[in-house]
Design a protein around this ligand. Structure first.
Ligand code: NAD
Length: 422
């Protein structure tokens, strides 16, 4: 059976939401609109020639000549290396993609003085879909995280991060098939912060004393943790919809509602309320520390994990570690209108430029992207190539030289095209 990691298109969920009149859902959602670029004629002729078809009379060739506009943000660190590999793999599927390449991160800081030039957001708003490499978040500078900004600006409220054991990749656990669904816009990552020693923090301190007699230490910095019913409801409904359509049976909600009653408490209460209306999928709740223990102990007992933003970030890295490391964990950030696909891992400055980066995570993210574009043939129906991941642990991290990273991408193509579910 083919991978279902990318089977997360929002349309049916949105249609139902629209029927219930619960959300102001824009008319055009989810999908990147196909466009005929100037080069359509050329790609029609050359692609079909490469496949050995006539180029003129083959209707399939005409369909494939329709290109999808996709924003490509290579990122920094190992980003450009692995993005090159992913691009090569996607192009090898024969799906027509017109890439709009947009620099962000370190290169953009040098060129434009900002890690996120406005052109990046403009491009994604045009294409509606992006493939993104990792971007470094410099510590202690005035720059806000590009990743957090993108998710908030584009309202990419659902992060979907599958963790599945891959053939040829050693891990300490039996075959795993978990999905982390992370709320992506609220919580401690909202970005409401008060820096230690500033007049605003002094004022906040006074207000807290007046409001509720909370006395912060004078040398404290503060980060605010807002979690709303509306923000939670949409991710919980998304999780139920995702579980149902993927044939998954159980959602485990991770929280610390016993300690953070008014933030995690809202998350938990909203999830439990939604569970009443979605009884066909089991929902269980678990404190996130206990969840961490079960993930280390018996991860095979887990199915879909639903988490607020911060815990979702931590737990998805943990799950990546369970199935073979950061180099193989893909991800999608989804909203009503836009979708950004990216690996779970960061820019890995320790191995950048050394040709050691494993491109599998971004290649699998590309597979999710192709499914989002309704191009399952790009990931599902191609014949398996020789030298698949069974023979080669998908590029590994032990290769040297940039060319090998691209070769790793080539090796990962069959992985993207046919991971068995179990
Ligand atoms: P990281 O994921 O970059 O690296 C953690 C470890 O995993 C390192 O040892 C690294 O070498 C290894 N690793 C990561 N990806 C790999 C790959 N494809 N192949 C082989 N090994 C790989 O995490 P970090 O070091 O905490 O973060 C580095 C920077 O990336 C930070 O600035 C962080 O903020 C940023 N970051 C960005 C994103 C994103 O763009 N979505 C996500 C996470 C972290």
């Amino acid at each position: 059976m083919n991978v279902e990691i990318g089977d997360h298109r929002l349309a049916p969920f949105e249609e139902r939401a629209r029927e219930r009149n619960e959300y102001a859902v824009p008319e055009t959602v989810g999908m990147s609109l196909p466009s005929f670029p100037k080069t359509a004629f050329e790609s029609f002729v050359f692609d079909s020639q490469a496949r050995g078809t006539s180029g003129w009379l083959d209707p399939a060739a005409i369909v494939e000549a329709v290109n999808h506009l996709v924003t490509l943000v290579p990122g920094d660190g190992i980003g450009p290396e692995v993005a090159d590999a992913a691009r090569l793999v996607v192009e090898a599927t024969g799906v027509g993609i017109e890439w709009d390449v947009q620099p962000a991160g370190a290169e953009a800081i040098e060129r434009d003085g900002t890690p996120l030039p406005p052109e990046v957001l403009e491009s994604i708003r045009r294409s509606r879909v992006a493939l993104k490499g990792p971007i470094t978040t410099p510590v202690g500078t005035g720059f806000r995280s590009v990743n957090v900004t993108l998710r908030q600006e584009l309202d990419l409220f659902a992060a979907v991060r599958p963790s599945r054991s891959l053939p040829g990749v050693a891990s300490r656990h039996p075959p795993l098939d978990l999905v982390v669904i992370r709320e992506n816009t609220e919580d401690l990552y909202w970005g409401i912060e008060f820096e230690r020693g500033t007049p605003q923090t002094a004022l906040l301190r006074e207000q807290l004393i007046a409001l509720a007699r909370y006395e912060l230490p004078r040398d404290a910095g503060v980060t605010v943790k807002p979690i709303s019913i509306s923000g939670t409801r949409r991710i919980v409904r998304f999780a139920f919809d995702f579980a149902r359509r993927g044939g998954r049976k159980r959602i485990t909600v991770g929280h610390k509602a016993n300690i953070m009653k008014f933030s995690d408490g809202v998350f938990l209460a909203t999830a439990l309320e939604e569970a009443e209306a979605n009884r066909d999928v089991e929902l269980e709740e678990m404190q996130v520390d206990e969840l961490a223990m079960w993930l280390a102990w018996e991860p095979e007992t887990m199915d879909v994990l639903l988490l607020p933003n911060l815990y979702g970030d931590l737990v998805s890295d943990l799950c990546a570690g369970l199935t073979g490391g950061p180099g193989i964990a893909p991800g999608a950030n989804l909203g009503w209108e836009y979708a950004v696909f990216e690996p779970v891992h960061g820019s890995a400055p320790d191995i950048a430029g050394k040709g050691l980066a494993n491109p599998t995570a971004i290649v699998l993210s590309s597979a999710m992207l192709l499914r989002h574009l309704n191009e399952p043939t790009g990931v599902g129906d191609r014949p398996r190539r020789k030298n698949t991941c069974q023979d080669d642990p998908v590029g590994g991290t032990g290769v040297s030289g940039r060319a090998e990273v691209v070769e790793g991408g080539r090796a990962a193509l069959p992985v993207a095209s046919g991971i068995p579910r179990s």
